[in-house]
Design a protein around this ligand. Structure first.
Ligand SMILES: [Zn+2]
Ligand SMILES: [Zn+2]
Length: 290
């Protein structure tokens, strides 16, 4: 098989893997949401369908650099990924995970802030913010430009920072879980992780909720270092208003009558969505600090 075909197949395989990983993680946390807050996503079906389509398109993009690098790692000895666990001291395993998360967070913070510049926002980032409120399915709902900025981060890092292949698996798992849970509309983690001293430095759903609500703040991904350092940290959001809105959407759906219950729900949700989107556009004064 020629190298070109092997690289194409590797990219395709990676796209499928990223897509399946997204579907599994989002479906899992959407199910958890259904159990914990049964009607939280009531009336959001059209939005969720859109989130899934954008996310699957993003998965296709994420797979390309990942597939090329995976091929080069296996066939040409590219990257600093190692598979002999003793190639580096054992203490380096958790350190490498932390280094990757810090580096990825830094990349995310600055590219995310850049995407909140008004012109870039309209082009590259409005797609992600069209989810109001986002759901567990919005984890990869990105415009292709945003997807490219996200897709190259880890493939670039593996050329710079040595990492064991299993530690890289941990990084990708953390990335997937945080991407989904930060958008699912409720706080899953224990309070010390977001409310206490530790929470002052970590990002979970409560922090990212405020970004989706107010736009020009809380740009980070895993840690609050950059937001705090640059004065863009606006504290934690809460889910009271989002949950009250969900109850109203659900109520509007129920009021439609038994014969046309589902249709009324969708219509009311559609009105709610479009007015929210209009408000969202008005509120999208992207980053005043940039
Ligand atoms: Zn988001
Ligand atoms: Zn944003």
């Amino acid at each position: 098989m020629s190298a070109t075909i092997a690289i194409l197949l590797s990219a395709l395989a990676m796209s499928v893997i990223v897509g399946v990983r997204y579907l599994a993680a989002s479906a899992g946390f959407a199910l958890a949401t259904r159990l914990k807050h049964p009607r939280l996503y009531a009336g959001l079906d059209p939005q969720i369908r859109r989130e899934i389509l954008w996310s699957l398109a993003s998965a296709g993009i994420y797979g390309v650099p990942a597939g090329i690098i995976a091929w080069g790692w296996q066939n040409r000895g590219w990257t600093r990924i190692y598979s002999d666990v003793h190639a580096w001291p054992l203490w380096y395993l958790p350190v490498s995970v932390l280094l990757y998360l810090i580096a990825h967070d830094t990349w995310f913070y600055w590219t995310h802030r850049w995407m909140h510049r008004p012109r870039v926002f309209k082009l590259a980032h409005a797609v992600h913010h069209a989810s109001r409120p986002p759901t567990a399915w919005a984890a990869m709902a990105f415009h292709p430009i945003e997807a490219v900025t996200g897709a190259v981060a880890i493939p670039l890092l593996v050329f710079v920072i040595p990492i064991h292949v299993a530690a890289l698996g941990v990084v990708l798992t953390v990335m997937t879980i945080m991407g989904v849970t930060n958008h699912m509309g409720w706080e899953m983690f224990p309070k010390f992780m977001w409310g206490g001293r530790v929470g002052r430095w970590l990002i979970t759903a409560s922090h990212h909720q405020r970004h989706h609500e107010r736009y020009g703040c809380n740009y980070g991904l895993y840690f609050r270092f950059w937001d705090r350092l640059c004065g863009t940290d606006d504290g934690l959001g809460d889910f009271v208003r989002d949950h009250a809105k969900a109850a109203r959407r659900d109520g509007a759906g129920a009021a439609g009558g038994a014969a046309d219950r589902r249709g009324a729900g969708r219509l009311a949700a559609g009105r709610d969505r479009s007015s929210a989107l209009v408000q969202g556009d008005a509120a999208a004064v992207p980053d005043r600090r940039s």
